[in-house]
Design a binder for this molecule. Structure first.
Ligand SMILES: [Ca+2]
Ligand SMILES: [Ca+2]
Length: 264
């Protein structure tokens, strides 16, 4: 019995000793992982994000996102190149990505399904770009909301980032980026608009063409059809499209002749 207790104590002591010896190894490994992580995301002095960073879009809407960098550090930073791998939510179709001036010296872009790779750099001989706390766009990402997208929040985020500081090549070329800030976009379903072509401009579900539609039409009467912004829950007052491209008496005739009628 006594022998067993002694044996157990020795066992515990051994365990504690093993732990004590292992602890520095575990701490060292954790520090290394941290170091690699922060190295992968740069020095966290320049953030990368999207403009707009949020918004509400509908199915089939075209969405242009500027990819921008912005300094968060107080020190002077001049950069010569920026690169990113961007993941786009399946609610968007990726149309194109391009570098923006002055980062058009050595453009490289690749679209692989929902993943976009973009490298943008200044030409040799161009003075490196001094960053301020203002957003500097370097790429343009063109998306279309998938016609089958469902309602909800869709995210566009950075898989990896690199912002290359100019003029320093030793001991290594500094990456001054953060891991990047994701963009969050709300997808809202398009409002169905029965009899919109007959003048149901407010998209009432009963399809009635009444004084509410007349009022919307009256506000647009006489305007250039291309300058009118039609809210997503309304229909265009340009009911009869012709070369004049106006909201005029021809459009009014369609609304007038259907005034007072309802239907689906
Ligand atoms: Ca109506
Ligand atoms: Ca017209």
């Amino acid at each position: 019995m006594l022998k067993n207790v002694f044996k157990d104590k020795r066992k515990n002591l051994m365990l504690i000793l093993i732990l004590v010896f292992l602890l520095p190894v575990i701490i060292y490994a954790a520090q290394k992982i941290q170091e690699y992580r922060s190295r992968a995301a740069g020095t966290f002095e320049v953030d990368m994000k999207f403009n707009p960073a949020s918004g509400t879009f509908h199915q089939e809407d075209n969405v242009s996102l500027k990819v921008v960098v912005q300094k968060t550090s107080g020190r002077n930073i001049n950069i010569s190149g920026i690169q990113a791998v961007i993941n786009v939510a399946p609610e968007f179709i990726v149309n194109s990505i391009s570098c923006l001036a002055p980062f058009t010296g050595l453009p490289f872009t690749k679209i692989n399904g929902q993943q976009v790779t973009v490298f943008c750099a200044i030409s040799p001989g161009v003075t490196p770009i001094a960053l301020t706390n203002l957003e500097v766009p370097f790429a343009l990402l063109n998306l279309t909301v998938n016609p089958t997208a469902t309602e909800g929040v869709s995210v566009v985020y950075f898989e990896s980032t690199r912002v290359t500081e100019a003029g320093v090549t030793s001991p290594e070329v500094p990456d001054v980026s953060t891991g990047g800030t994701q963009g969050e976009y709300t997808i809202a379903l398009k409002v169905t608009c029965p009899r919109a072509n007959l003048g149901n401009l407010n998209c009432s579900l009963d399809g009635c063409i009444d004084t509410a539609d007349y009022e919307l039409f009256r506000q647009a009467f006489g305007q250039d059809a291309s300058t009118i912004t039609v809210p997503p829950d309304q229909a265009t007052p340009d009911l009869f499209v012709d070369f004049m491209n106006l909201v005029d008496t021809a459009d009014y005739e369609i609304l007038r002749s259907n005034f007072g009628s309802c239907g689906q």
